[in-house]
Design a protein around this ligand. Structure first.
Ligand code: ZN
Length: 551
């Protein structure tokens, strides 16, 4: 089968290279079930909602093809873009003419709605054209654009038609003309477009998209946009990114911003970007992350709280924050090769993210608290999973991640293949191919059988999660390298060779880490708590309802 690159394809500066979406075929276990349910139930439900929610009708209004009032929020377009991305990645997994037909149909509506100068945002075109780019602090115009860019990259890589990319490029070129060469120094109140512009640069090779992403990252924290009413921390506009020590404000914005910051490091080699992002990651893991890997302690502002402010019952832990955390951790893993990012990715995936969707794929949580109290007044709206939301940022975000999950399981390098997440299936990369048999995460035994390997020296690297106290490889006690991987490097691999990894799934308490005394405004913790990382063991997802509410 043809190689199909996944959502993030960094330059050769990356220590580890992502495998293609079809290079990991998951055939069993929870991830396979999620992907099946996503395809059979969630995505069809999402496609139907693109009409009912107003996402497509709003764009037809912008195109002058339909009357009536604008429906929904100002960022309603982004629901369609995330849905398009989900469909494109699903098409990459298993081609379906219904998917390409939907993408073509939506692209035609978008092309009709797009202004001749490339601008595209149904809310501002229909409701207040006089305010275009005049209220960036809350307009979400670049946020929406970012999601269109990501959808177009996905459609292009997936071979799902070639009509979306020209629309996205015209919009990206318009952003370049206004915000890079046109003298407008504004940034969007909701970070997202940065990582998207860089991926479009990776796809097209156009340096202007990278330059604009760099300018937007550099301009944040300089007070170049007004306060939206939520304070500058809400949009991470309180400090330049290289100076901020801890994640603050709206959690999803912070986490998307971090994905863009690491992407920018990967393309430019600017070490100060990687350094500041790692610094905030360490502080987040030590002081602002739930045992489930969830982020966001406050309903007010959908925000990170203070250090150690982690109420279990009032946890916000938005599903979108779990998706964004996975994006950030994946980029840090590619940039550094360190298994601690794959550890956190796993913890988020099997806990905060897993809780977001009902077993039948029909209902979704907006928020994911650790404890549900029936007497909380917020339960009136947030108390149960819902099929859709007025602010529906989460459901299509969940769908695009599940459709592209295969790309997050393994990487390759000149040395060979690295397995980061364990699931039953077949994985190719680094010149080799292995079959993985396991009932993980319910059982710690992972059997890797080589199906194909290069004739010369070849390395198989297995992540040893930091929570596994005693790990065996082929019945020998295995000590991972300090980066968290156990490497088997040798010549003469033959088809049928097996490696048996046995992870320690013994239950262990995960007490909160001790508070550390702060010194002035310096960061509280230089290293993530080992105890917190031990909590990586996934919780068996429960059946039944959970809460649900706004990006
Ligand atoms: Zn959301």
């Amino acid at each position: 089968m043809d190689q199909i690159p996944g959502p993030a394809v960094p330059s050769a500066r990356a220590v580890l290279r992502p495998i293609g979406l079809r290079d990991a075929r998951v055939t069993g276990g929870p991830l396979a079930r999620w992907q099946r349910v996503n395809r059979e139930t969630s995505i069809p439900l999402g496609l139907e909602r693109m009409e009912r929610s107003g996402a497509l009708p709003n764009l037809r209004r912008a195109a002058g093809e339909r009357d009536g009032q604008f429906q929904g929020y100002r960022f309603q377009d982004s629901d369609l873009y995330k849905q398009l991305e989900a469909v494109a990645w699903e098409h990459a997994r298993a081609p379906d003419p219904r998917y390409t037909a939907f993408i073509e149909r939506a692209a035609a509506v978008l092309a009709a709605a797009q202004r001749p100068d490339g601008y595209l945002n149904s809310h501002y075109q229909v409701v207040k054209p006089e305010k275009i780019y005049a209220e960036l602090e809350y307009s979400h115009e670049m946020y929406c654009a970012g999601h269109l860019l990501q959808a177009a990259v996905a459609a292009s890589r997936a071979g799902a038609g070639d009509t979306l990319l020209p629309v996205a490029r015209r919009l990206a070129d318009h952003l370049v003309q206004v915000f890079l060469t046109g003298g407008n120094d504004g940034i969007d109140g909701h970070a997202e477009v940065e990582t998207a512009l860089i991926e479009l640069h990776r796809l097209t090779g156009d340096p202007a998209y990278l330059d604009l992403a760099a300018k937007l990252v550099d301009n944040r924290g300089k007070g170049l946009i007004r306060d939206s009413g939520m304070g500058p921390l809400y949009a991470q506009d309180h400090l330049p990114v290289r100076e901020a020590d801890t994640p603050v404000g709206h959690a999803v914005r912070q986490l998307y911003l971090e994905a863009g910051v690491v992407d920018l490091y990967l393309e430019t080699g600017d070490e100060s970007l990687l350094e500041c992002s790692v610094r905030r990651w360490e502080d987040m893991v030590a002081t602002k992350t739930y045992v489930t890997g969830g982020n966001g302690s406050r309903h007010d502002g959908e925000a990170f709280g203070e250090r150690y402010e982690l109420p279990p019952d009032r946890a916000y832990s938005e599903s979108c924050a779990a998706v964004a955390s996975i994006h950030w951790n994946w980029r840090l893993l590619l940039a550094t090769g360190h298994g601690r990012y794959a550890d956190l990715l796993e913890r988020v995936l099997f806990n905060a993210f897993a809780a977001s969707t009902s077993a039948d794929g029909r209902r979704f949580c907006y928020v994911n608290p650790l404890q549900r109290r029936n007497d909380l007044v917020e339960d009136a709206y947030l108390g149960r999973r819902r099929e859709w939301f007025a602010c529906a940022c989460c459901p299509p975000n969940i769908m695009r991640l599940v459709a592209s999950l295969g790309g997050y399981l393994a990487t390759w390098s000149e040395a060979g293949l690295q397995l980061h997440q364990y699931a039953e299936g077949v994985v190719s990369g680094g010149g080799g191919r292995v079959r993985v048999d396991t009932d993980y995460p319910w059982d710690g035994l992972v059997r890797v059988t080589v199906e194909e390997a290069p004739a010369g020296e070849w390395e198989l690297a297995l992540r040893i999660p930091s929570w596994s106290e005693t790990t065996y490889v082929d019945n020998h006690l295995a000590q991972p390298h300090e980066d968290g991987y156990f490497r088997i490097r040798r010549s003469g691999w033959r088809a049928g060779d097996t490696v048996e990894l046995n992870l320690d799934l013994t239950q262990a308490p995960a007490p909160a880490p001790p508070r550390r005394r702060r010194q002035g405004q310096r960061r509280a913790a230089a290293r993530p708590s080992r105890l917190l990382l031990r909590a990586g063991r996934p919780a068996r997802p429960r059946r039944g309802g959970r809460p649900g509410h706004r990006p």
